[in-house]
Design a binder for this molecule. Sequence first.
Ligand SMILES: Cc1ncc(COP(=O)(O)O)c(C=O)c1O
Length: 410
Amino acid sequence: MKTYRDFDRYLKEFPDKNGYFGRYGGAILPPELVPAFQDITAAYQEICHSAQFISELRRIRKEFQGRPTPVYHCDRLSRHLGKSQIYLKREDLNHTGAHKINHCMGEGLLAKFLGKKKIIAETGAGQHGVALATAAAYFGLECDIYMGEVDIAKQHPNVVRMKMLGANVIPVTHGLKTLKEAVDAAFEGYLKEYQDAIYCIGSAVGPHPFPMMVRDFQSVVGYEARAQFLEMTGILPDTVCAAVGGGSNSIGMFEAFLSDPVEIVGVEPLGRGEAVGDHAASMKFGKLGTLHGFESILLQDEQGEPLPVYSIASGLDYPSVGPEHAYLCECGRVNYDVVSDEEAMEAFFLLCRYEGIIPAIESSHALAYAIRRAREQDTGAILVNLSGRGDKDIDYVFEHYGTGERFFKK
Ligand SMILES: Cc1ncc(COP(=O)(O)O)c(C=O)c1O
């Protein structure tokens, strides 16, 4: 079991040169893709040490994305719940409405550096798709976005936004028609044109170097939040939490706090319950396996095939998790817990009514965990990564939950 004291040199040591975090990660690729991934790794190593790249990314973040995003104290909500204080890192205030733009602009710069014409990706909730379509428009690149038919119906506003930004949205019609199938299809699309295109995976998953790159691009969230929280309160938070789909917003938030005496919690979706196909709680019910070119914790059957998954949040229903999370869980530095659809939706409506903020359903999972803790404990400050805003969700929520009156009648 490792504590925060063991994490001083962590970023220098993980991942190793083959992209492993302990036994998780790597790049398990068809032979024809190996050179393409080696080129991406070499290009990333070069540009991430380049002053020109770093200053260009900083300029984009400030002038185009609207960073730094603020940390906000939920005063009314905290008083309603008890004595703990809930704070939000407002990634919902990013241009395009979620944290995904943090790695998409970095990946866009990398695509330009590599001389690629097209960027390809999958999307679940549509936030990564919108962010990548935005990066494509910004950098003058073509853009193909693969999206499951179920998610296309559920996240209609984001589909329209991607199309308006000039992206080609390709419906995925096989299997459960959600995020996992979209990743399968995007990989197949990439295989056909890897010489001219780059696959900008939407989370801290996939073959090395993507989990590392996405983490590095997202770590701005945690470093900003740590400094802002210290400035606001003079101390560090007691607990930091974030929702975990593939794991990009959470790893970006956690990295800055690993060597601090702070409790860190990743929140996975329990959906409708513990039965197979009713949740996407990979860390709770999964075991070591391989999917989409990397080794990690995977919800799988006896044959190692991924199990069907479900969450009300389209961005969280993935049967695996980024390899760095699997490592941080195994060594005991980060705890992982689960939140059901029902708890997430209560959190969604509480934030609307008590703070005037409509959160993404994905982010509502992290908030629901903070609310549960605030009801249980007498003290403490909980910093939640509010990874995105809920504009994309309002039609779906209104149709299924109305204005949430039943959550206020308890
Ligand atoms: C707003 C928001 N938060 C969280 C997630 C989950 O992804 P990740 O775990 O990569 O942050 C998504 C995915 O689409 C999302 O749109």
